[in-house]
Design a protein around this ligand. Sequence first.
Ligand code: GDP
Length: 310
Amino acid sequence: MSGRVVVLTGGVGGAKLVLGLQQLLEPANVTAIVNTGDDFTHLGLHVSPDIDTLLYTLSGKSNAAQGWGREGESWNFLDALRSLGGEDWFMLGDGDLALHVLRSMRLARGESLSAITADFARSWGIAIDVLPMSDQLVATHLDTDEGVLPFQRYFVGRRCQPVVRQVMFEGAAQAKPAPGVCEAILADDTTAILIAPSNPYLSVDPIFAVPGIRDALLAARAPVVAVSPIVGGDAVKGPTAKLMRELGSVVTPQAVAAHYGDVLDGMLVDERDARVNLGIASVHVDTLMTSLDDRVRVAQAALALAAGIR
Ligand code: GDP
């Protein structure tokens, strides 16, 4: 396929699809727009979990077995921190730390998250355009039965156990799309816009919450196609299904499609899920991405669906 492909993505689930696109296409023709609602300041450092997951995945550094962080990581910093009584609920490996230190230093100098991210990607030979959704801070908070929790306190600190009543994106109203985000969505040569199989409420909604991005998706000439994060009526991993239930939804691809609403032109649905009319174009395939071949196959199927709509 010629032209540009834009993909909206969160963490591990989304990075699988982006890796498939990297294998399948000329990487320079792919733009990834990444959720930064999970970003937070820890030990004085700016951590961008979803950006880092994508950078690790695309450069072959991710720890696939663990599902987060780097392969072959060492933990001297965390051990020393712990011995001093420092907070150790959020695991920071030695190699991982390098990104957070450098990013924090450059942000403090007034550089933008998008410029820093582009430099990190270039350093690691990643040709995909990796863009944060915004250069401004947008912080996901969850209103739960234990009170309002910042995202990482809920996700890592409390292992998603609190019951969620509402998800909020602090700062979103004042945020602007990062340079290149709307340009890529609206570009004449963009042939497909994919929504990766990421958590709709915690990874995709923050991107939609940045004023201008949803409007750009609605105005885009290219079709918007989501890969369902629901496989066989459940999430592959993580809190997506639990969260959907707590927010009063059923755990089906239709519910995800309805949640995305009018931005969506098509959905790649897993073959294990019911063949119901979504009111948009849809195709059933095996969407479970275990091997690298699976990632390429699912990316190919999503692009084929987009091409059919176009
Ligand atoms: P994560 O929480 O860091 O993994 O971040 P994401 O928001 O990117 O991904 C979470 C979602 O991806 C969950 O809803 C999973 O069900 C979904 N997911 C993970 N792996 C796969 C896969 O191989 N296929 C499909 N269809 N969905 C997946």
